[in-house]
Design a protein around this ligand. Sequence first.
Ligand SMILES: CC(C)(COP(=O)(O)OP(=O)(O)OC[C@H]1O[C@@H](n2cnc3c(N)ncnc32)[C@H](O)[C@@H]1OP(=O)(O)O)[C@@H](O)C(=O)NCCC(=O)NCCS
Length: 170
Amino acid sequence: MKPVLKTPRLTLREIEKKDIPELFELIKNDWDLTRFMLWDPPSDISETYFRAENKNNKDYNFIVFNNKKIIGRISIREIDYTLKSANLGYWVGSKFQSKGFGYEMLKAICHFIQHDLKLKKITAEVFSQNIASQKILEKMGFENLGLHEKCIEKNGIWYDEYCFELNLKK
Ligand SMILES: CC(C)(COP(=O)(O)OP(=O)(O)OC[C@H]1O[C@@H](n2cnc3c(N)ncnc32)[C@H](O)[C@@H]1OP(=O)(O)O)[C@@H](O)C(=O)NCCC(=O)NCCS
């Protein structure tokens, strides 16, 4: 059965096709939202359909709701049950940012990864300029393992990235 996660203000459930139009409205042409992510904002709904496809059916792609409205998305990918590790990707729609939702959804997902998937290590990579993302990871207890200089290329520019890790063995 597909998991549904609840927090005091949020519901997280696997993405469904019916979510796409609302998802598209939230992110379309929002270059500010995607400035520290690897993709550009969609200008056409078919791009949103494409991005929502779970190409690797081991991944979890949660849509995040507050008061029945989509406010963001958080994905668990690169799940490795041998190494007991996984990697995260997430965003909160621009108009819903800085209200604590990012931290609240991160906390729920880390709890799910630890207690349901029973993994021991969670990683996330963050552009060095992305202060909000670094803040929520640090608040959640992730350790900053250091800077990888010029390791990510986006639209012809090379960016520095911090690698974060939550070690659940400790
Ligand atoms: C990163 C992101 C998910 C955080 O979500 P959020 O809902 O805004 O996060 P929260 O409100 O829980 O916390 C954000 C924290 O960063 C702080 N913050 C936000 N922008 C900041 C800035 N420019 N400088 C310093 N602090 C900043 C907020 O004050 C808050 O800190 P606090 O808890 O001490 O008050 C959201 O900003 C986002 O989606 N950004 C665009 C996509 C993205 O970067 N995704 C992550 C890729 S690694």
